[in-house]
Design a protein around this ligand. Structure first.
Ligand code: A3P
Length: 345
């Protein structure tokens, strides 16, 4: 955890016995992960592990086990979920701006989104809160947060803790994206992260593509991840809202209204008249967020450059990278995987 980590307050002082107990808990998770199916064909330079049908880097898999055992959902919780590179950062920002608009006017010069990256405002459970590499083997105390609480996750739906999925009243907002742009965005992201480690070479697109098609990407297989939340959104529409990046880009107003309604705080006619919707869209736009100092040069709490979350923010950029054969292969897999689901990507 870095010196100025906004998460520090979640880690309350503990006794020596509690410290030893939490160390034992995380050691046990590490032992469990070490025995999972694994492959050297990863994206991070280290082996990756398969847990409950999905691929993880080891420390995030440990975080996932800790979330499953220790996160206690509250009925008013709201969870932002997505596979990586599908607009998570954007949705975190929109949801944060919607939830806090009473205290932080979207056009205020002091708005937290202007000085913090959204990942520091809407912490990702398995990466930021329960990751022992980052938090020093500590279980966070999230009870201290006021309701409604807003968290993020990339965990697949079927791996969410029982208290969050299934019987819970908590709400999940999921965002996915067309698979072609997702792969290209993922490839750029992996290389940006690898380039900060001099011992790692950059990876070729062909390699990442081949792995992705085999289901090996962070929290992959991508299609299974999407289907898990899609089916949940059909079964529990009042609890799971399913969004597509590509549609949000073309109709941001419509989707922002849907998000606010789903979160239980629809825009009033007065807010609409006074331009709150457009102000939030502008605040959270790629152009605005990607040009802020905090997102150009800042480093977020686990030590990742905030700039890795911003690249082009366009629909269809994959046509500049993927060959017609690659596109065809992806169409074929997508058709097979989504067949009969009613979902089009
Ligand atoms: P590209 O690499 O295609 O540009 P995630 O947040 O899930 O990691 O997704 C990252 C993708 O969302 C990147 O796509 C990034 O540029 C884009 N993105 C980030 N912030 C955005 C915003 N405010 N509006 C639209 N797209 C955004």
């Amino acid at each position: 955890m870095t010196q100025n980590s906004p998460y520090k307050r979640f880690f309350v002082p503990r006794s020596r016995e509690e410290e030893e107990e939490e160390e034992r808990i995380y050691k046990r998770y590490e032992e469990i992960v070490a025995k999972l199916p694994t492959t050297e064909e990863g994206w991070s330079g280290n082996p990756v592990y398969q847990y409950q049908g999905f691929w993880y880097s080891p420390e995030i898999c440990v975080g996932t086990l800790a979330v499953q055992d220790h996160f206690k959902a509250q009925p008013s919780d709201i969870l932002i979920a997505s596979p990586p590179k599908c607009g998570f950062t954007w949705l975190q920002s929109l949801a944060f701006a919607v939830m806090n608009r009473e205290f932080h006017h979207p056009s205020a010069h002091s708005h937290p989104l202007l000085t913090f990256n959204s990942h520091d405002l809407v912490p990702t459970m398995e990466i930021r809160l329960y990751n022992n590499h980052f938090n020093g083997n500590r279980i966070p105390n999230l009870e201290i947060l006021p309701s409604p609480r807003l968290f993020g996750t990339h965990m697949p739906y079927t791996s969410l803790p029982q208290s969050l999925a299934h019987n819970s009243e908590s709400r999940v907002i999921y965002i996915c994206r067309n698979v072609k742009d997702t792969i290209v965005s993922w490839w750029h992201f992996v290389n940006k992260v690898r380039s900060s480690n001099p011992s790692l070479e950059l990876i070729k697109l062909d390699y990442i593509f081949e792995l992705f098609c085999k289901g090996i990407s962070a929290f992959g297989p991508f299609w299974d991840h999407v289907l898990g939340y899609w089916n949940a959104s059909l079964e529990r529409p009042q609890n799971v809202l399913f969004l597509k990046y590509d549609e949000m880009v073309t109709e941001p107003v419509l989707h922002l209204k849907r998000i606010a309604e789903f979160m239980g705080s629809p825009f009033s006619s007065k807010e609409e008249r006074e331009g709150a919707i457009d102000q939030i869209i502008k605040l959270c736009s790629f152009e605005n967020l990607s040009n802020l100092d905090v997102n150009k040069t800042g480093i977020n709490s686990p030590g990742i450059m905030n700039s890795v979350f911003f690249r082009k923010g366009k629909v269809g950029d994959s046509t500049n990278y993927l060959t017609p054969e690659m596109m065809e292969q992806l169409d074929h897999i997508t058709q097979q995987k989504l067949h009969g689901s009613g979902l089009k990507l």
